[in-house]
Design a protein around this ligand. Structure first.
Ligand SMILES: *Cc1c(COP(=O)(O)O)cnc(C)c1O
Length: 289
């Protein structure tokens, strides 16, 4: 299965024309940068594998895409995570509900997840995909994304372009910059600190060109903030595009605050994740009630 060539839309925001790479439209089950990060696994055969193993957050966008990958490949899918709450397990929509419906098996871990997984004995029939898909195979699909951007910019005669996407692990931003050496990739840290993001990059690639971080000092990951909900809604009004509620509101806020420093045309990468919006919307409803 090949997922390629998402369209590019544009809209006006703060008197700027912003282009949006619609990777959210790639495929209903493999959307956004998760589709790009998993392209290598989607497009190759793994005859010796019958079980996919991964770990991470219980509402993770990657977890859902992995469950779709496993279903497509007819693999078992084992996911290590912290104990999900009763409420989370009862939800009918969202990443967890979708992944369970796709056959994901959960194994609850009570100690530190990273250490636990490091000590797992992975057999020849098992494929381990790291949290957030932070591994070199992600280069394959991100390179395809970069090539689509190069083709588009040449066709539009855009010689200087700035690309923006919010970061979790930072893998997507890192590899995009790697394959777009003529363009500047900007990002912001949504999960940890700016230093965490740089460390992630150093762990994957010792040298090379790094994206530019527009630092987020304020917003904690997956936490409701009134101003973030407001920016999410105003972007929707202007663009008629639904963005994800976890990464993108931080992305748009930080981009808006720093827009004056970016002179060239801006291409915002829609990284998908909209399937998780129902559970994040519940969190907003709860925090504002
Ligand atoms: C996973 C995700 C990101 C972050 O991607 P990384 O490669 O981990 O930095 C950003 N936006 C959305 C919607 C995502 O699902």
């Amino acid at each position: 299965m090949k997922l390629l060539n998402s369209p590019i839309d544009s809209f006006n925001y703060l008197e700027r024309q912003i282009y949006v790479k619609r990777d959210d439209l790639l495929h209903p089950e493999f959307s956004g940068n998760k589709a790009r990060k998993l392209a290598y696994f989607l497009e190759h055969d793994f005859p010796e594998i019958d079980t996919l193993i991964s770990y991470g957050g219980i509402q993770s966008n990657l977890m859902y895409s992995l469950s779709a990958l496993a279903k497509l490949k007819k693999w078992n899918f084992i996911y290590y995570c912290c104990k999900p709450s009763e409420i989370a397990l009862l939800q009918k929509k969202g990443n967890l509900a979708g992944a369970l419906a796709n056959g994901m098996q959960i194994i609850t871990v009570y100690s530190k997840l990273d250490d636990y997984v490091k000590n797992l004995n992975i057999h020849n029939n098992q494929l381990l995909i790291m949290q957030g898909g932070a591994q070199p195979e992600a280069m394959y699909g991100i390179k395809q994304l970069a090539e689509e951007i190069i083709t588009w910019s040449a066709k539009e005669s855009i010689s200087s372009l700035s690309i923006f996407l919010p970061s979790g692990t930072g893998v997507s931003a890192l590899y995009l910059q790697k394959y777009l050496p003529k363009f500047k990739v900007y990002t912001t840290n949504c999960v940890g600190s700016k230093e965490y993001l740089i460390q992630q990059w150093r762990d994957l690639e010792l040298d090379g060109n790094l994206p530019i971080i527009l630092p987020n000092h304020k917003y904690r990951f997956a936490t409701p903030y009134t101003e973030l909900l407001e920016i999410h809604q105003s972007i929707y009004k202007l663009s008629q595009i639904e963005f994800d509620l976890i990464y993108d509101p931080v992305g748009w806020k930080i981009l808006a605050d720093n827009l004056h420093q970016i002179n060239s045309p801006i291409l915002y990468i829609h990284c998908g994740g909209v399937i998780g919006n129902s559970t994040m919307r519940n969190r907003y409803d709860y925090s504002m009630a």
